[in-house]
Design a protein around this ligand. Structure first.
Ligand code: MG
Length: 209
């Protein structure tokens, strides 16, 4: 049994939607916090960044829909996986409101684990239903999901592009990496398959089987 666990922002989408939203609603203010990401962890980075945002849920979803671009190779990749009986799941450090909205708009039905956003007027607060209680570095524990799937008998391929993808990448059986994740894999001497889009991932999986 094979499972593909994928990051969402900048992996399934062309750009990081959370970052596009931060840029839209805070200008460059979030970038100063983002520079601390690797040092203070994803959970604290998100908390500080989204505390700067003043936008209602409707404004956030409208902007997400306008700004987000799906990797066009992802839907055919998903069809390939369904044909091959490969389980596909998303693990994300974004949040539920825009993931649900975008996946629905794009007609994609995929289980996902992400942070939960609650909106109070123009304030957003994130909580972490899939956080690891013993580690506060991340919001969503992506590595924990790799371990759970493996315990259920899956070989797990991980696909990602960012800092929050390094923990699951270190535990996965096969890693597809680009951008910051590729750099971190090199730093940790973690072997990976470089990819640009899900066409590359599909070819890599076909070889792996
Ligand atoms: Mg990402």
């Amino acid at each position: 049994m094979i499972a593909v666990l994928s990051d969402f922002d900048g992996t399934i989408t062309k750009e990081d939607v959370a970052e596009l939203l931060l840029q839209e609603f805070t200008g460059d203010a979030w970038r100063e916090i983002e520079r601390l990401h690797e040092r203070i962890g994803t959970r604290e980075t998100l908390r500080r960044e989204f505390a700067l945002v003043r936008a209602t849920k409707e404004e956030v979803l409208t902007a997400a829909e306008r700004l987000a671009r799906l990797d066009p190779t992802f839907p055919p990749f998903l069809s390939f996986c369904r044909r091959q009986k490969i389980h596909v799941e998303i693990v994300s450090e974004g949040f539920d409101a825009y993931l649900l909205h975008l996946l629905d708009r794009w007609g994609l039905d995929i289980p996902f684990r992400t942070n939960a956003a609650s909106f109070d007027g123009d304030r957003i607060t994130l909580t972490h239903p899939y956080g690891d209680p013993t580690c506060t570095l991340c919001g969503t524990c992506k590595m924990g999901r790799v371990l759970e799937l493996r315990a259920r008998g899956y070989r797990v391929a991980y696909v990602g592009n960012g800092i929050s993808d390094i923990c699951p990448a270190l535990e996965a059986d096969l890693v597809f990496a680009k951008d910051d994740l590729a750099a971190l894999c090199r730093k940790h001497e973690r072997g990976f398959v470089p990819f640009r889009d899900f066409g590359d991932v599909q070819r890599g999986l076909a070889d792996w089987r």
